[in-house]
Write a protein that binds this ligand. Structure first.
Ligand SMILES: CC(C)(COP(=O)(O)OP(=O)(O)OC[C@H]1O[C@@H](n2cnc3c(N)ncnc32)[C@H](O)[C@@H]1OP(=O)(O)O)[C@@H](O)C(=O)NCCC(=O)NCCS
Length: 181
C-alpha cells in the first residue's frame, strides 16, 4: 500500500483523523495498556515502548498498517486511535480497529469509524473492511452496526482469554453494499 501523507487530515463534525507519529507514543501506550482497552482486545499482553516503536517502523512506516490519531476538532487534543491492517490487495480487503483514550459514549468512536471507512473505500479503493469483536463488548458491537458493518459470523467459545471462553463476532462492511459486483 502507499504511505499516508503526513499532513493528511480526515475531518468530521467534531473530530479529525491525522496519521500517528512517534510523538504520540506515550499517550498511545497509556491508552492501549489501560484496563478498559485491554479487556476488550484479543491480544492482552502489555505493549511495551519497544513493541510500539517496532510496530511503527515495521508496519506503519512501511504502509502495512494505516494508523490514525483521532483528535478533537476544536482543541486538537488526541482522544483515540483507529487503524486499518491486514491488507489483502488482491481481495481489496482490510481489517479495522479502534480504541479511545478517556472519553467514551459520546459518539466519538462512531464518527472516527465512519471517517476511517470512508477513507478505506473512497481513497484506498478497498471493497471490504472486516473487524473482530468480542461478543460481550456491547459498545463495540453497536459501533460496528451503526457504522455500516454487518455481522457475518458468531463464533461461540472461539477464544480462551484470562481463564474463560469468549464468543467472537466477525463483522464486515462492503463498499456500496455490494452493488459494485
Ligand atoms: C468501542 C469504542 C471505540 C466505542 O466508541 P464510543 O465513542 O465510546 O462509542 P459511541 O459513543 O460512538 O457509541 C456507539 C454505540 O455504542 C453504545 N455504547 C457506548 N458505550 C456503551 C456502553 N458502555 N455500553 C453499551 N453501549 C454503549 C452507544 O450508545 C452507541 O449506540 P446507540 O447509538 O445505539 O446508542 C470505545 O468504547 C472504546 O474505545 N472501547 C475500548 C476499546 C474497544 O473496545 N475497542 C474495540 C475493540 S473491537
Amino acid at each position: 500500500m502507499k504511505k499516508v501523507p503526513h499532513n493528511l487530515r480526515l475531518v468530521g463534525q467534531n473530530i479529525y483523523l491525522r496519521p500517528i507519529t512517534i510523538d504520540d507514543t506515550e499517550l498511545v501506550l497509556k491508552w492501549r495498556n489501560s484496563k478498559k482497552v485491554v479487556e476488550n482486545f484479543i491480544y492482552r499482553q502489555p505493549v511495551t515502548r519497544q513493541d510500539h516503536i517496532k510496530w511503527l517502523e515495521n508496519k506503519v512506516d512501511k504502509g502495512l498498517v494505516y494508523q490514525f490519531i483521532v483528535c478533537d476538532l476544536d482543541s486538537d487534543m488526541p482522544v483515540g486511535v483507529v487503524y486499518l491492517q491486514n491488507f489483502e490487495e488482491e481481495n481489496k480487503k482490510a481489517e479495522s480497529g479502534i480504541f479511545l483514550g478517556e472519553v467514551y459514549g459520546k459518539g466519538i468512536g462512531t464518527q472516527a469509524y465512519k471517517l476511517l471507512l470512508d477513507y478505506a473505500f473512497n481513497e484506498l479503493g478497498m471493497h471490504k473492511v472486516v473487524a473482530r469483536v468480542l461478543a460481550g463488548n456491547t459498545a463495540s458491537v453497536r459501533l460496528h452496526e451503526k457504522s455500516g458493518y454487518k455481522q457475518e459470523a458468531y463464533l461461540r467459545d472461539e477464544l480462551f482469554l484470562d481463564g474463560k471462553y469468549e464468543d467472537l463476532i466477525l463483522f464486515g462492511a462492503i463498499n456500496n453494499d455490494g452493488k459494485d459486483k
